[in-house]
Design a protein around this ligand. Sequence first.
Ligand code: NAD
Length: 483
Amino acid sequence: MPSAELFDGSEIHQWIGGEARPGNGPALTLIDAITGSPRGALRSSDSADVDAATAAATSAFAEWRRTPAAERAAALRRAAAQIRLHADELGRILSRDTGRLLGQATESAAVAADLLEEAAVTGVLEAGRSLGGNWMAVDAVRREPRGVIAVLTPWNDPYPAAAGLLAAALVTGNVIVHKPSERSSAAGSALASLLAPELPAGVMNVLVGGGEVGATLVADPRVDMVAHIGSTATGRSIARIAGARGARILLENGGKDPIVVDRGVDPRWAAEQISIGAFTNTGQLCTSVERIYLHADIAEAVTGELVRIAEGMVTGDPGANGTDLGPLVDERQLAIVARHVDEATEAGARCLTGGTRLDRPGSFYPPTVLTGCRADMAVMREETFGPIAAITVVPDFDAGLRAANDSEYGLAATVLTPSTEHALRAADELDVGTVKVNAVFGGAPGGSADPRKASGHGPGFGPALLGEFTALKAVHIEAAVTA
Ligand code: NAD
């Protein structure tokens, strides 16, 4: 069960073969996201730990893959119940780890429980299909688990990110070696401590530490598949190493999501939508709005409303009532955000509000509105991952769509428009995994999406994820001719 000691690192352990034990690798300093100060240290995993975790998973596979799917699903439901029971504690841990607003951090634990429960239902429904061949034969396509899955997850929304992958992989009969992000080690460890005990020993193993631990795991030939949610640079390195030996890879990587605002929409509503997209979780969501294309006819009105909203937002303690924005996760992230803003203003963009870190301990950066942004600026090309609304004015909707597609990334995009024709064109023409029209966030359960271009490879959520974690096998059975 998670407890407050996780905050200083002393209880952050690996799970290997059903046991919680400290890593044998170097100490990893933990930063308190709220104060920006070191709060403790944990012992990270070393290569012998990676070896032991992979060996434990490999030996647990034969039994787990033959465990009835309904039993595997029952384990997920038990874990979900534990998560719901400890949601407040999980929220506190995550908020301290990454600076996420306390209410949203607690809510994200509940979303993780939802994902486990959802997979417990959908994961048992389809194990393949039978075919209409010769009546004297049985022909079928079976779905089989792939084997040992390395699950590597990020810090920015760690509970749902991990739960979605783990649930789909486990319910389909795979075994796991999981390494949560080193920037949310306490949250990762807390979630693992609720999930792993509900499973037979060795089915889910958890390592702790940084990218080097993940890289050692990815290089292990016993790992049949790597599922990574994280940055594009890491995804590419994983694709090189795991791909070279033929391991399956699933990559859900970075984004630079655009929003195109057409003429004819209410400027105040448009500004609200943009602010939700750009500032939620201090701009640290993979689907944060990072590029804003405003039709010239409404640009001034929308920009004015956006500045008004940004100036009314409270940046501060993520646990306090009334706070709208918590800190950035750490100084490394703040340096990227500050560089993008500073380079843009030096190159001619105008900063209408924000634009300088707050003068207080912790990596606090206020909601910032930039106008006059150009396609060659880093703030319009590279993932910023901060509370920055970067605006370009476009002459018409077509120019907005073209600009939206002019990116290395292809995760998601939003269009605000009163025109049905423009909505349908956006759905058809935007080269991204998810298109949203007239709502910056939203979507029904049951969806799945393939990210495009540098944003990844393979569906990272929804029912299609179950297919990713299984391999198809065609089976043809006839009766023998007996002697
Ligand atoms: P990251 O890639 O640095 O880290 C993710 C995980 O990979 C961590 O556990 C990390 O330790 C591990 N890792 C790092 N280097 C590795 C290596 N060389 N080999 C193997 N493992 C390695 O990403 P991050 O900074 O933690 O997360 C933020 C990024 O994640 C952003 O780019 C964001 O857009 C992206 N993200 C994408 C989605 C999505 O669904 N597309 C969702 C959430 C976050």
